[in-house]
Design a protein around this ligand. Structure first.
Ligand SMILES: Cc1cc2nc3c(=O)[nH]c(=O)nc-3n(C[C@H](O)[C@H](O)[C@H](O)COP(=O)(O)OP(=O)(O)OC[C@H]3O[C@@H](n4cnc5c(N)ncnc54)[C@H](O)[C@@H]3O)c2cc1C
Length: 410
Protein backbone atom coordinates (compact mmCIF):
# COMPACT_ATOMS: atom_id res chain seq x y z
CA UNK A 1 0.00 0.00 0.00
CA UNK A 2 1.21 3.53 -0.84
CA UNK A 3 2.54 5.39 2.17
CA UNK A 4 0.85 8.67 2.98
CA UNK A 5 2.96 11.82 2.78
CA UNK A 6 2.57 15.10 4.65
CA UNK A 7 4.69 18.04 3.51
CA UNK A 8 5.35 21.09 5.69
CA UNK A 9 6.46 24.16 3.72
CA UNK A 10 8.70 26.58 5.66
CA UNK A 11 11.11 25.27 8.28
CA UNK A 12 10.28 27.67 11.11
CA UNK A 13 8.57 27.60 14.48
CA UNK A 14 5.20 26.42 13.15
CA UNK A 15 6.62 23.63 10.98
CA UNK A 16 8.72 22.33 13.88
CA UNK A 17 5.66 22.18 16.14
CA UNK A 18 3.59 20.49 13.45
CA UNK A 19 6.26 17.86 12.75
CA UNK A 20 6.56 16.98 16.44
CA UNK A 21 2.77 16.80 16.84
CA UNK A 22 2.32 14.58 13.78
CA UNK A 23 4.82 12.05 15.08
CA UNK A 24 3.52 12.27 18.65
CA UNK A 25 -0.03 11.65 17.42
CA UNK A 26 1.13 8.51 15.62
CA UNK A 27 1.42 9.60 11.99
CA UNK A 28 3.73 6.95 10.52
CA UNK A 29 3.76 8.02 6.86
CA UNK A 30 6.40 10.12 5.11
CA UNK A 31 6.94 13.50 6.70
CA UNK A 32 8.92 16.15 4.81
CA UNK A 33 9.83 19.68 5.90
CA UNK A 34 11.04 22.10 3.21
CA UNK A 35 12.76 25.36 4.20
CA UNK A 36 14.68 27.98 2.28
CA UNK A 37 17.01 28.94 5.14
CA UNK A 38 20.12 26.79 5.54
CA UNK A 39 19.21 25.76 9.10
CA UNK A 40 16.78 23.49 10.93
CA UNK A 41 13.92 25.43 12.58
CA UNK A 42 15.16 27.92 15.18
CA UNK A 43 13.73 30.50 17.58
CA UNK A 44 13.76 34.09 16.36
CA UNK A 45 12.85 36.03 19.55
CA UNK A 46 16.41 36.11 20.98
CA UNK A 47 17.65 37.78 17.77
CA UNK A 48 16.30 41.17 18.83
CA UNK A 49 16.93 40.91 22.56
CA UNK A 50 19.92 41.45 24.88
CA UNK A 51 23.15 41.39 22.89
CA UNK A 52 25.98 39.80 24.81
CA UNK A 53 28.61 40.93 22.33
CA UNK A 54 29.00 37.71 20.38
CA UNK A 55 27.16 37.20 17.08
CA UNK A 56 24.13 34.95 17.50
CA UNK A 57 24.85 31.27 16.94
CA UNK A 58 22.05 29.28 15.36
CA UNK A 59 23.01 26.15 17.33
CA UNK A 60 21.93 27.93 20.51
CA UNK A 61 18.54 28.77 19.00
CA UNK A 62 17.45 25.44 17.49
CA UNK A 63 13.92 24.33 18.36
CA UNK A 64 15.19 20.72 18.24
CA UNK A 65 18.68 19.48 17.71
CA UNK A 66 19.55 18.28 14.21
CA UNK A 67 19.48 14.58 15.27
CA UNK A 68 15.83 14.79 16.27
CA UNK A 69 14.77 14.87 12.62
CA UNK A 70 16.63 11.64 11.80
CA UNK A 71 15.46 9.87 14.94
CA UNK A 72 11.84 10.77 14.14
CA UNK A 73 12.06 9.98 10.42
CA UNK A 74 11.42 13.59 9.41
CA UNK A 75 13.06 14.43 6.10
CA UNK A 76 14.40 17.96 6.48
CA UNK A 77 15.19 19.71 3.20
CA UNK A 78 16.93 23.00 4.00
CA UNK A 79 18.28 25.77 1.76
CA UNK A 80 15.60 24.98 -0.82
CA UNK A 81 12.65 27.14 -1.72
CA UNK A 82 9.25 25.73 -2.67
CA UNK A 83 8.39 27.58 -5.88
CA UNK A 84 5.15 26.13 -7.22
CA UNK A 85 2.09 24.36 -5.93
CA UNK A 86 -0.35 22.32 -7.98
CA UNK A 87 -3.35 21.68 -5.77
CA UNK A 88 -5.16 19.54 -8.36
CA UNK A 89 -2.39 16.95 -8.63
CA UNK A 90 -1.15 17.61 -5.06
CA UNK A 91 2.41 18.34 -6.14
CA UNK A 92 4.90 20.82 -4.70
CA UNK A 93 7.81 21.93 -6.90
CA UNK A 94 11.09 22.95 -5.31
CA UNK A 95 13.64 25.46 -6.63
CA UNK A 96 15.95 22.64 -7.72
CA UNK A 97 13.19 21.20 -9.92
CA UNK A 98 12.34 18.32 -7.56
CA UNK A 99 8.67 17.47 -7.23
CA UNK A 100 7.06 16.29 -4.05
CA UNK A 101 3.65 14.67 -4.05
CA UNK A 102 1.63 15.12 -0.88
CA UNK A 103 -1.60 13.94 0.70
CA UNK A 104 -1.76 16.90 3.07
CA UNK A 105 0.27 20.09 3.11
CA UNK A 106 0.94 22.71 5.77
CA UNK A 107 1.83 26.23 4.68
CA UNK A 108 4.12 27.61 7.39
CA UNK A 109 6.12 30.13 5.39
CA UNK A 110 5.91 32.99 7.90
CA UNK A 111 6.68 36.49 6.72
CA UNK A 112 9.48 38.71 5.59
CA UNK A 113 10.33 42.28 6.63
CA UNK A 114 8.66 45.12 4.77
CA UNK A 115 11.14 47.26 2.89
CA UNK A 116 11.29 50.92 1.95
CA UNK A 117 10.76 51.03 -1.81
CA UNK A 118 13.95 51.76 -3.75
CA UNK A 119 16.17 51.96 -0.65
CA UNK A 120 19.27 49.74 -0.88
CA UNK A 121 22.70 49.49 0.72
CA UNK A 122 24.78 47.23 2.97
CA UNK A 123 24.06 49.55 5.92
CA UNK A 124 20.30 49.29 5.51
CA UNK A 125 19.19 46.36 7.67
CA UNK A 126 16.09 44.28 8.24
CA UNK A 127 15.72 41.62 10.91
CA UNK A 128 14.11 38.26 10.43
CA UNK A 129 16.85 35.65 10.23
CA UNK A 130 19.93 34.72 12.18
CA UNK A 131 21.97 35.97 9.20
CA UNK A 132 20.22 39.37 9.40
CA UNK A 133 21.02 39.58 13.13
CA UNK A 134 24.67 38.68 12.58
CA UNK A 135 25.04 41.29 9.82
CA UNK A 136 23.54 44.04 11.98
CA UNK A 137 25.62 43.22 15.04
CA UNK A 138 28.81 42.93 13.04
CA UNK A 139 28.29 46.37 11.55
CA UNK A 140 27.54 47.91 14.93
CA UNK A 141 30.42 46.26 16.81
CA UNK A 142 31.88 49.20 18.67
CA UNK A 143 30.40 51.61 16.19
CA UNK A 144 27.19 53.60 15.76
CA UNK A 145 25.04 55.47 15.61
CA UNK A 146 22.07 53.27 14.81
CA UNK A 147 18.76 54.66 13.59
CA UNK A 148 15.77 52.36 14.07
CA UNK A 149 12.87 53.09 11.80
CA UNK A 150 9.71 51.85 13.49
CA UNK A 151 8.86 51.92 17.20
CA UNK A 152 7.06 48.58 17.37
CA UNK A 153 8.27 45.64 19.46
CA UNK A 154 11.07 44.62 17.11
CA UNK A 155 12.42 48.16 16.75
CA UNK A 156 12.20 48.89 20.49
CA UNK A 157 13.87 45.61 21.44
CA UNK A 158 16.79 46.18 19.08
CA UNK A 159 17.08 49.79 20.24
CA UNK A 160 17.28 48.60 23.86
CA UNK A 161 19.78 45.83 23.08
CA UNK A 162 22.03 48.10 21.02
CA UNK A 163 21.87 50.95 23.54
CA UNK A 164 22.67 48.61 26.44
CA UNK A 165 25.76 47.51 24.53
CA UNK A 166 26.91 51.12 24.22
CA UNK A 167 25.62 52.12 20.79
CA UNK A 168 24.08 55.55 20.22
CA UNK A 169 20.49 54.92 19.09
CA UNK A 170 17.60 56.95 17.67
CA UNK A 171 14.11 55.53 17.15
CA UNK A 172 11.95 57.23 14.51
CA UNK A 173 8.25 56.41 14.78
CA UNK A 174 5.45 57.86 12.71
CA UNK A 175 2.72 57.31 15.35
CA UNK A 176 2.41 59.62 18.37
CA UNK A 177 3.69 56.90 20.77
CA UNK A 178 5.83 53.77 20.75
CA UNK A 179 4.22 50.31 20.43
CA UNK A 180 1.04 52.03 19.27
CA UNK A 181 -0.39 49.00 17.46
CA UNK A 182 -0.28 46.84 20.56
CA UNK A 183 -0.65 48.87 23.74
CA UNK A 184 -2.40 51.95 25.12
CA UNK A 185 -0.89 55.42 24.59
CA UNK A 186 -0.07 55.55 28.32
CA UNK A 187 1.98 52.38 28.12
CA UNK A 188 3.58 53.58 24.89
CA UNK A 189 4.64 56.71 26.79
CA UNK A 190 6.00 54.61 29.63
CA UNK A 191 8.22 52.75 27.14
CA UNK A 192 9.30 56.01 25.47
CA UNK A 193 10.30 57.35 28.91
CA UNK A 194 12.18 54.13 29.66
CA UNK A 195 14.15 54.36 26.40
CA UNK A 196 14.88 58.06 26.90
CA UNK A 197 16.07 57.44 30.45
CA UNK A 198 18.65 55.03 29.02
CA UNK A 199 19.87 57.51 26.44
CA UNK A 200 17.88 56.46 23.37
CA UNK A 201 16.63 59.41 21.32
CA UNK A 202 12.94 58.75 20.68
CA UNK A 203 11.30 60.71 17.88
CA UNK A 204 7.57 60.08 17.64
CA UNK A 205 5.06 61.58 15.20
CA UNK A 206 7.87 61.85 12.66
CA UNK A 207 7.67 60.57 9.10
CA UNK A 208 10.71 59.55 7.09
CA UNK A 209 10.91 61.39 3.77
CA UNK A 210 14.05 59.80 2.33
CA UNK A 211 16.85 57.36 3.10
CA UNK A 212 20.11 57.34 1.17
CA UNK A 213 23.32 55.43 1.81
CA UNK A 214 26.35 57.45 0.77
CA UNK A 215 29.60 55.55 1.32
CA UNK A 216 29.77 54.44 4.96
CA UNK A 217 26.93 56.65 6.07
CA UNK A 218 23.19 56.45 5.89
CA UNK A 219 21.35 59.76 5.72
CA UNK A 220 17.77 59.66 6.98
CA UNK A 221 15.64 62.74 6.31
CA UNK A 222 12.50 63.00 8.39
CA UNK A 223 9.86 65.69 8.11
CA UNK A 224 11.75 67.57 10.87
CA UNK A 225 15.46 66.73 10.68
CA UNK A 226 18.42 65.01 9.05
CA UNK A 227 19.96 62.03 10.87
CA UNK A 228 23.28 60.48 9.92
CA UNK A 229 24.08 56.97 11.06
CA UNK A 230 26.38 54.00 10.52
CA UNK A 231 23.41 51.64 10.20
CA UNK A 232 19.68 51.86 9.73
CA UNK A 233 17.31 49.13 10.89
CA UNK A 234 14.02 49.21 9.02
CA UNK A 235 11.51 47.61 11.41
CA UNK A 236 8.15 48.51 9.88
CA UNK A 237 6.41 45.15 10.00
CA UNK A 238 6.24 42.06 7.84
CA UNK A 239 4.52 40.92 4.66
CA UNK A 240 3.28 37.36 4.63
CA UNK A 241 5.22 34.95 2.43
CA UNK A 242 2.46 33.81 0.10
CA UNK A 243 4.09 34.08 -3.36
CA UNK A 244 4.04 30.27 -3.66
CA UNK A 245 0.26 30.49 -3.83
CA UNK A 246 -0.15 32.88 -6.75
CA UNK A 247 -2.20 31.18 -9.46
CA UNK A 248 -3.46 28.52 -7.02
CA UNK A 249 -7.01 28.31 -5.67
CA UNK A 250 -5.75 28.78 -2.08
CA UNK A 251 -7.56 31.91 -0.89
CA UNK A 252 -5.23 34.68 0.30
CA UNK A 253 -5.57 38.24 1.41
CA UNK A 254 -2.77 39.64 3.54
CA UNK A 255 -2.00 36.06 4.53
CA UNK A 256 -3.45 32.63 3.84
CA UNK A 257 -7.10 32.56 4.82
CA UNK A 258 -7.88 29.69 7.18
CA UNK A 259 -10.91 28.70 9.21
CA UNK A 260 -10.97 27.87 12.92
CA UNK A 261 -9.56 24.41 12.09
CA UNK A 262 -6.50 25.96 10.37
CA UNK A 263 -7.78 24.63 7.03
CA UNK A 264 -7.46 26.73 3.86
CA UNK A 265 -10.03 26.98 1.08
CA UNK A 266 -8.43 23.93 -0.60
CA UNK A 267 -9.00 20.44 0.82
CA UNK A 268 -5.86 18.91 2.31
CA UNK A 269 -4.04 22.26 2.57
CA UNK A 270 -3.61 23.89 5.99
CA UNK A 271 -1.75 26.99 7.20
CA UNK A 272 -0.38 28.11 10.55
CA UNK A 273 1.85 30.72 12.15
CA UNK A 274 2.64 34.21 10.90
CA UNK A 275 1.44 33.43 7.36
CA UNK A 276 -2.10 32.49 8.44
CA UNK A 277 -5.04 34.86 8.67
CA UNK A 278 -7.43 32.80 10.74
CA UNK A 279 -11.10 33.06 11.51
CA UNK A 280 -11.04 33.38 15.29
CA UNK A 281 -14.22 32.21 17.03
CA UNK A 282 -13.32 34.06 20.24
CA UNK A 283 -13.06 37.42 18.46
CA UNK A 284 -15.63 36.70 15.73
CA UNK A 285 -13.34 37.97 13.00
CA UNK A 286 -10.23 37.16 11.05
CA UNK A 287 -7.01 37.55 13.02
CA UNK A 288 -3.38 37.61 11.91
CA UNK A 289 -0.93 37.03 14.69
CA UNK A 290 2.84 37.39 14.68
CA UNK A 291 3.74 35.67 17.93
CA UNK A 292 5.98 32.73 18.62
CA UNK A 293 3.50 30.96 20.90
CA UNK A 294 0.71 31.34 18.35
CA UNK A 295 2.87 29.63 15.70
CA UNK A 296 3.36 26.65 18.02
CA UNK A 297 -0.25 26.34 19.17
CA UNK A 298 -1.91 26.93 15.81
CA UNK A 299 0.45 24.49 14.09
CA UNK A 300 -0.30 21.89 16.75
CA UNK A 301 -4.03 22.24 16.05
CA UNK A 302 -3.40 22.14 12.28
CA UNK A 303 -1.32 18.96 12.62
CA UNK A 304 -3.98 17.19 14.68
CA UNK A 305 -6.66 18.23 12.21
CA UNK A 306 -4.54 16.93 9.32
CA UNK A 307 -4.84 13.56 11.02
CA UNK A 308 -8.63 13.76 11.23
CA UNK A 309 -9.32 15.63 14.48
CA UNK A 310 -11.69 18.65 14.49
CA UNK A 311 -9.89 20.84 17.03
CA UNK A 312 -10.94 24.47 17.05
CA UNK A 313 -8.18 27.04 17.41
CA UNK A 314 -9.43 29.76 19.70
CA UNK A 315 -6.36 30.52 21.78
CA UNK A 316 -6.51 34.06 23.22
CA UNK A 317 -2.86 34.64 22.13
CA UNK A 318 0.02 35.41 24.40
CA UNK A 319 3.20 37.30 23.69
CA UNK A 320 6.09 38.86 25.50
CA UNK A 321 8.72 41.49 24.89
CA UNK A 322 11.98 42.19 26.72
CA UNK A 323 13.44 45.70 26.68
CA UNK A 324 16.39 46.62 28.90
CA UNK A 325 15.75 44.67 32.11
CA UNK A 326 11.97 44.90 31.74
CA UNK A 327 9.47 42.31 30.60
CA UNK A 328 6.07 42.96 29.08
CA UNK A 329 3.51 40.20 28.57
CA UNK A 330 0.01 40.29 27.23
CA UNK A 331 -2.76 37.76 26.74
CA UNK A 332 -6.10 38.26 25.01
CA UNK A 333 -7.38 41.34 23.28
CA UNK A 334 -8.60 44.50 25.01
CA UNK A 335 -10.82 45.22 21.98
CA UNK A 336 -14.28 46.29 23.15
CA UNK A 337 -13.40 46.38 26.86
CA UNK A 338 -15.43 48.78 28.97
CA UNK A 339 -13.33 48.76 32.12
CA UNK A 340 -9.72 48.33 33.07
CA UNK A 341 -8.29 47.81 36.52
CA UNK A 342 -4.72 48.01 37.66
CA UNK A 343 -2.97 45.66 40.06
CA UNK A 344 0.38 46.72 41.48
CA UNK A 345 2.08 50.09 41.32
CA UNK A 346 2.62 51.70 37.92
CA UNK A 347 4.48 54.61 39.55
CA UNK A 348 6.95 52.33 41.29
CA UNK A 349 7.50 49.60 38.73
CA UNK A 350 5.68 46.31 38.34
CA UNK A 351 1.98 46.38 37.52
CA UNK A 352 -0.72 44.60 35.53
CA UNK A 353 -3.73 45.93 33.70
CA UNK A 354 -6.85 43.75 33.50
CA UNK A 355 -9.40 44.57 30.78
CA UNK A 356 -13.01 43.60 31.36
CA UNK A 357 -16.09 43.58 29.17
CA UNK A 358 -18.87 43.66 31.73
CA UNK A 359 -17.63 41.16 34.32
CA UNK A 360 -15.76 39.08 31.75
CA UNK A 361 -11.98 39.26 31.73
CA UNK A 362 -10.82 39.72 28.11
CA UNK A 363 -7.14 40.54 28.43
CA UNK A 364 -4.26 40.98 30.84
CA UNK A 365 -1.16 43.04 30.28
CA UNK A 366 1.71 42.77 32.73
CA UNK A 367 4.78 44.95 33.13
CA UNK A 368 7.36 42.99 35.13
CA UNK A 369 4.56 40.86 36.62
CA UNK A 370 4.60 37.80 34.37
CA UNK A 371 2.99 35.68 37.10
CA UNK A 372 -0.27 37.60 36.64
CA UNK A 373 -0.33 36.55 33.00
CA UNK A 374 0.31 32.88 33.82
CA UNK A 375 -2.98 32.72 35.73
CA UNK A 376 -4.61 35.54 33.75
CA UNK A 377 -4.18 33.52 30.58
CA UNK A 378 -6.23 30.67 32.03
CA UNK A 379 -8.89 33.08 33.28
CA UNK A 380 -9.13 34.73 29.84
CA UNK A 381 -9.19 31.37 28.03
CA UNK A 382 -11.99 30.20 30.35
CA UNK A 383 -13.99 33.37 29.64
CA UNK A 384 -13.98 33.95 33.41
CA UNK A 385 -16.28 36.46 35.05
CA UNK A 386 -14.41 38.20 37.86
CA UNK A 387 -15.13 41.11 40.17
CA UNK A 388 -12.92 44.09 39.31
CA UNK A 389 -12.30 44.77 43.01
CA UNK A 390 -10.73 41.34 43.42
CA UNK A 391 -8.41 41.82 40.45
CA UNK A 392 -7.34 45.15 41.86
CA UNK A 393 -6.60 43.75 45.31
CA UNK A 394 -3.05 42.43 45.45
CA UNK A 395 -3.99 40.37 48.51
CA UNK A 396 -6.40 38.26 46.44
CA UNK A 397 -4.59 35.30 44.92
CA UNK A 398 -5.50 35.08 41.22
CA UNK A 399 -5.18 31.31 41.43
CA UNK A 400 -8.06 31.28 43.89
CA UNK A 401 -10.20 33.13 41.35
CA UNK A 402 -9.26 30.53 38.77
CA UNK A 403 -10.13 27.65 41.08
CA UNK A 404 -13.51 29.24 41.63
CA UNK A 405 -14.05 29.06 37.84
CA UNK A 406 -13.21 25.37 37.94
CA UNK A 407 -9.79 25.95 36.33
CA UNK A 408 -6.49 24.42 37.38
CA UNK A 409 -3.69 26.77 38.46
CA UNK A 410 -0.19 25.61 37.47
C1 LIG B 1 13.77 39.28 15.66
C2 LIG B 1 12.43 38.72 16.07
C3 LIG B 1 12.04 38.76 17.40
C4 LIG B 1 10.82 38.24 17.79
N1 LIG B 1 10.45 38.30 19.11
C5 LIG B 1 9.27 37.78 19.50
C6 LIG B 1 8.87 37.83 20.88
O1 LIG B 1 9.57 38.36 21.73
N2 LIG B 1 7.68 37.29 21.23
C7 LIG B 1 6.87 36.68 20.31
O2 LIG B 1 5.80 36.19 20.68
N3 LIG B 1 7.21 36.62 19.00
C8 LIG B 1 8.38 37.16 18.57
N4 LIG B 1 8.75 37.11 17.25
C9 LIG B 1 7.82 36.51 16.27
C10 LIG B 1 8.05 35.00 16.12
O3 LIG B 1 9.40 34.72 15.92
C11 LIG B 1 7.22 34.53 14.93
O4 LIG B 1 5.86 34.75 15.26
C12 LIG B 1 7.45 33.06 14.60
O5 LIG B 1 8.78 32.85 14.19
C13 LIG B 1 6.51 32.63 13.48
O6 LIG B 1 6.80 31.31 13.13
P1 LIG B 1 6.42 30.77 11.67
O7 LIG B 1 6.84 29.35 11.68
O8 LIG B 1 5.05 31.14 11.33
O9 LIG B 1 7.34 31.61 10.66
P2 LIG B 1 8.90 31.68 10.56
O10 LIG B 1 9.54 31.46 11.88
O11 LIG B 1 9.18 32.97 9.86
O12 LIG B 1 9.32 30.48 9.60
C14 LIG B 1 8.95 30.45 8.24
C15 LIG B 1 10.08 29.85 7.44
O13 LIG B 1 9.62 29.55 6.12
C16 LIG B 1 10.60 29.94 5.18
N5 LIG B 1 9.96 30.09 3.86
C17 LIG B 1 9.20 31.11 3.40
N6 LIG B 1 8.77 30.88 2.15
C18 LIG B 1 9.28 29.66 1.79
C19 LIG B 1 9.18 28.87 0.62
N7 LIG B 1 8.47 29.25 -0.45
N8 LIG B 1 9.84 27.69 0.59
C20 LIG B 1 10.56 27.26 1.66
N9 LIG B 1 10.69 27.97 2.81
C21 LIG B 1 10.03 29.16 2.88
C22 LIG B 1 11.14 31.21 5.79
O14 LIG B 1 12.39 31.58 5.25
C23 LIG B 1 11.26 30.80 7.26
O15 LIG B 1 12.46 30.12 7.50
C24 LIG B 1 9.96 37.64 16.82
C25 LIG B 1 10.35 37.62 15.47
C26 LIG B 1 11.56 38.16 15.08
C27 LIG B 1 11.97 38.13 13.63
Amino acid sequence: MRRERIVLVGAGRAAAAAAATLRREGFDGDLVVVGDEPHPPYRRPPLSKAWDGAAPCVDDLLVRDAEWYGTNAVELITGTRAVALDCASRQLTLADGARLGYDRLLLATGGRPRRLPGVRGDRIHHLRTVADAAALREQLAGDGPLVVLGGGFLGCEVAAAARASGVEVTIVEMAPTLLSRAVSPELGELFAALHRSRGVTVLTGERVDSVVQAGDQVVVRTCAQVLECAALLVAIGISRSTELLSGTPVACDDGVLVDEFAATSVPGVYAAGDVAAAHHPRYGRRVRVEHDDNAVRQATVAARNMLGARDVYDDPHWFWSDQFEHNLQMVGSPEGHDRSVVRGSPGEGAFSVFHLRGDRLVSVLAFDRGRDVVTGRKLVAAGATVAAEQLEDDAVDLRRLLRRQGGRPS
